[in-house]
Write a protein that binds this ligand. Structure first.
Ligand code: TXA
Ligand code: MG
Length: 351
């Protein structure tokens, strides 16, 4: 299959492209599109066959459910059994935006889309291109991140092309995304509601609105006895090809440990990547050093993380050493993804 790539300028001129992409979706095809979090791989969420194609293109296990994307609040009731009051309040404030909520599903949502579950994850993305495409495609578009299963989520159309060229019908290129990590997933079928995946909408932002929110404890602390509640969180996602380790400690000690480890590995003939920040990048002495963002603003680190992991894959490094980041705000999402990419390998930098 030839994958068509169409640039989106965000103007009226794109109307024809959006309409053509919508037709592909209505006919059971696959279209990758930008959202504010990461690029999604769109398909008709109410068509079991389209869901199967999605799993096939990504190489994703079919017990890992998809998120149904909608563009208007009035489209929600048809796909869920009921809308809890707290969910309505959260939607009012955070939709459109980087929040996914889990509901009990209605009969029209096929089990092929929900991975066999009686619940359905729903999100209304903020990206205008995304919402226009959803409407053009019939209103209910399932969209996992548009990467091959096991690779970092795509934050640009180029990343999607690397993974899915020749496997899907079209890629809408809307440039780099804004946020860079996937949406927060909030389970509204339990009380108190529970965060199953941290993202840009945090517990602190939700609680003033809907009261106490719990957090799936397997997200940051690995706990072999407990399976994560979101099926997808159990897979070793976001895995770079290199062995990634996180070095945690005071800034000075961290840099010293990374310099020492990098030197050892380079002497032994390996290629080494280092994930640094604007504040530390000048203090590394060897290796392939990349600056992910600034500690002054966790959002810049979220925006750069997946791109850097992909760059290291391309550079063919054998080891990656990363600094550890603050868990404030979107930092919890950053550390959750980084820990997963590292298979939870953390080295303490002692003074
Ligand atoms: O930001 C995002 O959410 C992006 C963009 C494209 O919207 N999408 C995304 O989809 O990250 P995906 O498929 O890569 O991740 C969906 C996650 C998986 O971990 C899956 O297990 C979980 O959501 N999930 C989906 N439906 C669920 C359900 N009914 N119950 C529990 N977890 C669910
Ligand atoms: Mg994904």
């Amino acid at each position: 299959m030839v994958t068509k790539i169409e640039k989106i300028e965000g103007k009226k001129a794109d109307e024809k492209v959006i309409r053509a992409a919508g037709e592909i979706l209505k006919n059971g095809g696959l279209v990758a599109f930008p959202t504010e979090t990461v690029y999604g791989l769109g398909a008709n969420a109410l068509d079991e066959k389209a869901a199967r194609k999605t799993y096939q293109a990504k190489g994703r296990p079919s017990d890992n459910p998809l998120i149904v994307h909608i563009a208007r609040m009035e489209d929600l009731p048809a796909i869920v059994k009921k809308i809890p009051k707290k969910a309505a309040a959260a939607a009012e404030k955070f939709w459109p935006g980087p929040l996914t909520m889990i509901f009990e599903k209605s009969g029209i949502v096929p089990y092929g889309t929900t991975g066999g579950l009686d619940t359905v994850a729903v999100r209304m993305p903020d990206s205008e291109t995304a919402r226009r495409l959803i409407l053009a495609g019939g209103g209910y578009i399932s969209a996992p991140s548009a990467n091959l299963s096991g690779r970092p989520s795509p934050t640009s159309a180029e990343h999607v092309r690397e993974d899915l060229d020749g496997k899907i019908d079209m890629i809408l290129d809307g440039g780099p995304v804004e946020i860079g990590v996937e949406s927060t997933i909030l389970d509204m079928t339990v009380d108190p509601p529970m965060i199953l995946r941290p993202g840009a909408v945090t517990k602190d932002m939700l609680e003033p609105l809907i009261g106490p929110v719990s957090v799936d404890r397997t997200l940051i602390q690995p706990d072999s006895a407990a399976a994560p509640k979101a099926p997808g969180m159990k897979y070793r996602h976001y895995a770079p090809r290199a062995n990634l380790q996180i070095i945690d400690g005071e800034r000075k000690q961290t840099i010293a440990v990374i310099n020492r480890l990098a030197e050892e590995k380079i002497k032994a003939g390996f290629l080494v990547g280092i994930i640094a920040t604007e504040e530390s990048v000048g203090r590394y002495e060897c290796g392939n050093i990349k600056c992910v963002g600034s500690r002054e603003d966790e959002r810049t680190i979220a925006a750069g993380l997946y791109r850097i992991l992909r760059e290291f894959d391309e550079d063919g490094v054998d080891y990656i050493y990363s600094e550890s980041f603050s868990e404030d705000g979107i930092g919890m999402a950053v550390m959750n993804r980084l820990l997963k990419a590292a298979g939870h390998q953390v080295i303490k930098a002692e003074s």
